[in-house]
Write a protein that binds this ligand. Structure first.
Ligand SMILES: [Fe+2]
Length: 427
């Protein structure tokens, strides 16, 4: 008997405020959610920033106390999550506010979860690394304020971290982790270094592309109960809307946004593209390029990107994702040539070289052109990897089943070996 496939999809809308100056609205939103004493999460680089000052002043004007935790690790670990959760448990706030990038927002989700429902750390972590237990109940309200135009974490129920003992990236995924409200103020992007705009921009681009090309929701096995339907439900008519608009905006504005910090039109539009892509992948799910990125980032050797405020080797998330994207889309093309061709055109592919370009190269070639135009590394080799590293890269990513099973092709050790080999050098 064939396994019955699903027939419906969910629209789990994030609640969002978007606009110039929106950070000053946080206090009123927090009061409306019943907050009186909040835990405000940020990182050392932002602790004394104007963004945090605006949020704290807004909370104060609404009569709300803010207790600040700034010991967030960029690229968080199980240990940094535990430290944040312990602080939240001791502080016992009645709500959370996060001001920062994906690392800050993800840490806040974990702190909210483990302080609300204390448990052994691996209880809620995705299978097969953790037990993948459901979050037992609702969490305290959380207002997320992103300060980069990338992760989309403010719109999703996912918290990603490095499990140190296994040198592996993994995560916790539950709709209950989704922030109660996101406040997206595009003025935060005007001070970002070019390399940060580029890397986070390619994270956005990857979110939109994978959500658009993911296995269709109608092909996923039906859940036992409708309420068990996962957030990674596959591409669907709702997520398609956000992907389309997001890719068109990126095609038009990404290169401009990277190269000119004063081009507020471009930077604001990329922030809106990030928000749309966040909504889309929060309802569709990512696939292979993200699954592969977990080991690319986790096994980093000596790579140190410019524009990032720390001294440890690190591969920014967007870079670790996009280096795998051209190889993946070369392979997924055949599952839906029309969708891949549309996406290539939205990103600016003119089709001028259509005679010489094999059809399945259009999207990958367009991604590579954008990478070249924005100073991205030329594949895994430029990040410090060699062909000898491919087996360990495969081992670290083949276990990311939530992501791999959402791809439109089957992803196993042998296909991953070919995909990583094809990602060593892109041009
Ligand atoms: Fe991402």
């Amino acid at each position: 008997m064939p396994i019955p496939t699903d027939r419906s999809f969910n629209v789990d809308g994030a609640s969002i405020t978007f606009g110039e100056g929106a950070l000053s609205e946080v206090g009123d939103l927090a009061a409306n959610l019943g907050m009186t004493r909040v835990a405000l999460f940020t990182d050392r680089g932002l602790e004394h920033s104007e963004h945090v000052s605006i949020v704290v002043a807004s909370l104060a004007s609404a009569g709300i106390d803010a207790l600040v935790f700034s010991d967030v690790r960029v690229e968080p670990t199980d240990q940094s999550f535990k430290k944040a959760a312990q602080w939240a448990q001791e502080t016992d706030p009645d709500g959370f506010v996060s001001v920062g990038g994906g690392s800050v927002i993800d840490t806040t989700k974990a702190a909210n979860l483990y302080s609300s429902y204390p448990s052994d750390f691996l209880t809620y972590v995705n299978r097969p690394i953790g037990a993948g237990e459901p979050v037992p109940g609702v969490l305290k309200p959380h207002i997320a304020c992103p300060t980069t135009s990338g992760t989309g974490s403010e719109c999703t129920g996912i918290a990603v971290f490095d499990l140190l003992e296994m040198s592996a990236k993994t995560g916790i995924a539950s709709k209950r982790l989704r922030p109660t409200h996101a406040v997206v103020d595009p003025t935060v992007t005007t001070t970002l270094p070019a390399n940060v705009v580029a890397s986070s921009g390619f994270d956005v681009l990857s979110h939109a592309l994978v959500s658009y090309t993911a296995r269709r929701y109608l092909e996923r096995p039906a859940p036992q109960r409708p309420t068990d339907r996962p957030a990674s439900q596959g591409s669907n008519p709702w997520s398609d809307l956000g992907c389309r608009e997001s890719l068109q905006l990126l095609g038009r504005y990404l290169v401009r946004a990277v190269h000119d910090a004063t081009d507020t039109e471009a930077r604001y539009q990329v922030m809106w593209a990030a928000t749309l892509a966040g909504i889309a992948f929060g309802n569709a799910g990512c696939h292979a390029p993200h699954g592969m990125s977990y080991s690319v980032a986790g096994l980093v050797k000596n790579f140190q990107p410019s524009g990032y405020p720390h001294h440890d080797p690190i591969i920014p998330h967007g870079m670790s994702v996009v280096v795998n994207a051209p190889a993946v889309f070369r392979q997924t093309w055949r599952t839906n040539p029309e969708r891949h061709a549309e996406a290539a055109r939205w990103l600016g592919y003119s089709g001028v070289q259509a005679d010489e370009t094999p059809e399945n190269e259009a999207l990958s070639g367009q991604i590579i052109d954008l990478m070249k135009a924005t100073g991205m590394p030329n594949g895994l080799t430029a990040l410090g990897y060699t062909p000898e590293d491919v087996p360990s890269l495969v081992e670290g990513s083949v276990v990311q089943r939530r992501l791999m099973d959402n791809a439109p092709i089957s992803v196993d050790k042998s296909s991953l070996t070919a995909l990583f080999a094809d990602s060593l050098t892109l041009w």
